[in-house]
Ligand binder design. Sequence first.
Ligand SMILES: O=P(O)(O)OC[C@H]1O[C@H](OP(=O)(O)OP(=O)(O)O)[C@H](O)[C@@H]1O
Ligand SMILES: Nc1nc2[nH]cnc2c(=O)[nH]1
Length: 187
Amino acid sequence: MLDELKKSLVECPVVKKGEYFYFVHPISDGVPLVEPELLDDVMDYIINHYNLNMVDKIVGVESMGIPLATALSMKTGIPFVIVRKREYGLPGEHKVHQKTGYSENELYINGLNKDDNVLLIDDVVSTGGTITSVIKALDQIGVNLVYTIVPIEKDDGRINAEHNTGHNIDTLVKIKMVDGKVTIVDD
Ligand SMILES: O=P(O)(O)OC[C@H]1O[C@H](OP(=O)(O)OP(=O)(O)O)[C@H](O)[C@@H]1O
Ligand SMILES: Nc1nc2[nH]cnc2c(=O)[nH]1
C-alpha cells in the first residue's frame, strides 16, 4: 500500500519558485496526469486506517484538497465543503490568512457549524503555514476536529503545525528535498 505514491514522488519533477524547491506531482498539482489508481490507493489507505463513522463533514483546502475531498466523499457518502480562495460574503464566513513557502493568500471558510465532526484533508504540509491557519480557524468556529489527514509531508512543517495548534496531523508519506530532488524519509 502507498508503494505507487512513493514511487511516483521519487520520480516527479521539481521546479524552483524563487529559492523554494517545489515538487510537481499528480496528487499535489493534478499535473501531469492523475491516474485514478493513485487516488484510489490514497483513499483506500484512509478508509482502511480511520474510523469515519462519526465524521459529519469533510473539509478540503483549495486547490488540491478538492480532488481528495471529492474522492473521499464519493467513497464514504460523507458531504464535503471546500475552504476557498474566493470570498462569498455569506453570513458566518471565516477569513484565514494562508502563508506557504512561496505564496500568500486569503482563504474563506463556509458551511461549518459549532460541534460539527470534521475531517480536514489537504494534499501537502510543508512549512505548515496553511494547515496551521486553517486548524486555528476551525477551532474558532468550534468544530470537533476528528482527523487532519495530509497525504504528503514535506520537510518539517507538520511538527511545528502540531505544536502551534495542539492537534495531530496525520501524513501518509514523508519526503524531503535533497540536491533539488524528492527523497522518501522512512519512519
Ligand atoms: O505547509 P505549507 O507550506 O503551507 O504548504 C502547503 C500548502 O501549499 C499548497 O497550497 P497552494 O496555496 O500552493 O495552493 P494549491 O493547492 O492551489 O496549489 C498545498 O495545497 C497546501 O495547501
Ligand atoms: N505541489 C507542491 N505543493 C506544495 N505545497 C507546499 N510545497 C509544495 C511543493 O513543493 N509542491
